[in-house]
Design a protein. Sequence first.
Length: 362
Amino acid sequence: MLNKAVARLPTELRLLLLCDTRFAALPARPNIPIPWSSPAHSRSPHHHLQTRAASSASSSRWKTRQSNDSYAREAKVAGLKSRAAFKLLEINDKYRLFRPGDTVVDLGYAPGSWSQVALNRTQPGGRVVGIDIIPAQPPRGVSTLQGDFLSGEIREELRRFVVEGQGRPRRIEEMVRREGEGEDEGDGWTEEQLEREGRGVVELERASGQQEADMPSEGRRTDKRLSQRQADEAEGRVVNVVLSDMCEPWPLVASSWIKSVSNPWRRMMNTSGLSFRDHAGSMDLCHAALTFAFDTLSTGGNFLCKFYQGEEDKALELRLKKLFDKTYRIKPDSSRKESKEAYFVGLRRKAGAVRDEVLGGG
């Protein structure tokens, strides 16, 4: 199987495209309801029956907690991969992170519930790319890479994958190609989507015979947006939203019954149970996510990052304020009360942000 072949490769070089980008042209899964409250009508064809040894005490406690968790039950009914989807839905309802046609990068995507939400909220024309060290079946329509995000080589490969436009829905690729050849597009896309793909409002107004003199201020604003987008693209900043739900990876001390999950010697989905360690690790991952966002996020783009509360989070918040117009911290209602996790939201990346001021010059 693919997972076994991947497991034999060196950790930092196990970066595979797990989802054929042809899937990105397909519509969102029909069993993903809005607002995600009605039951799913069918099981996923990717479910596999596995046998395992007797449950440990901690596993039994986990199953008991899950069975008593209304969000976990609702996620199962709605066809979502985990209860974490409700955190993103709640945050998006409040801050409007996504727009149709957005390119979204989901850091630490496994098992894929955030990618499900992102793909649904960016249609039509949205692109979602996820990365995780854990091999996981991505949601249909999502392109994913397997690798350790803490590796500089892996981050660069992810950046290159996004900048080169891989994983983009074919319909938009064809539209952009036709535009370059001077053909009429005539396919019903909205003005906002056309602008995102390289055709500005000014060109559309000229095509319809409208004179720029009728709306000079609007024309200037459009020219400014086009100029800023061109500057972003020249610097490789083509991502509209960066999501990070990563946890600090820590060494495995015992084998697990699911080898495809256990073989990576570091995991990005569990906490250690030590608050100071979880906080320190989350700060490292937040900084890595912020660095990636600085390098790839377009002007006006949004950022969402999970962290574990502690003495260093205020310094991170100050960095975020230097990169974004608005910065918020939030603990969603769907986050467990006993958890110290919270989220930073950065809205609208500033055009003139200075790298050393944001990242500390390190």
